[in-house]
Design a protein around this ligand. Sequence first.
Ligand SMILES: [Zn+2]
Length: 320
Amino acid sequence: MLTQMQYDEIMRGYERKRMISRHRAEDAARTVREKIPAYRDIENKITDLAMECAAKVFDGDAGAVARMREEIENLSQQQKKLLADNGFAEDYLEEKHECPICNDTGYTKDGRRCDCLRRELLRVAYHQSNIEEILERENFGTLTYDYYTDSEREKMKGIIDKCREFADNFGSRYENILLYGNVGVGKTFLTNCMAKEILDKGYSVVYFTSMRMFDTLSQEMFGQDEERSWGWQKDIFTCDLLIIDDLGTESVSSFVASRLFDILNERDLRRKSTIISTNLAFGDLGKRYSERNFSRIFGNYTILHPDVEDIRVKRKRSAR
Ligand SMILES: [Zn+2]
């Protein structure tokens, strides 16, 4: 079910976590050495002791190791006291892992998969199968007008035609779509219809909810691991079709606003299509992600606004 590549990516995630905690611990040690010279002096003393001890053992002094251990124990007690006296927490210098069971390795001491790894594998597998299953159910073939009133049907027909056209012309015509409207008017359904058609033609399609996309990007970005950042970031910028679902549900920050601009701008330069769906009113998008960037970018989008009643409510009503 899971490809080797996906497995490798998960393992790289663990590596990255361990690297971050190692760096943090190194930074902490540096801080302590700077702030408490006496602490650093003891550290040096311990190194000297170990060297001396090695020499004594070499000369046949069998009791040297035991004596050194005692001395080092004394010295580390002094270090602990120095830390506390200077207001540092007891575990300040320790590496801190997200998962204390496997120390962010994915495997327990006896070589079994840790629960945190199992959860992660399931999440990836579920996400994949889930999307495939949804697309079997939600496509142009299963689309129905049954839940719309007469006037709504007219409106929706125009929008659905546009979506169909987008999918039909994909690859020969560069186009982007922004779908905006309230929850439950069928935006995700329409997006799925287009995705299915375009996937079936063999194009690369990347689907993200807005929240997960920015989470993934910030993890890759602040992980500072070169090897890891080839992952999603590259796909988000270069895939044939990027779908950003539910834009506006992520917590907005300067990172999000500037990343969103980078993504849409770069894709526009490469003439790679993007579909965005959002519950935000059209005017609110500009306010949220900085007006200037917004108007230039969305100038290249076909704006679709399914302005109808919540069809999920109607579906439930008719199911009764
Ligand atoms: Zn674990």
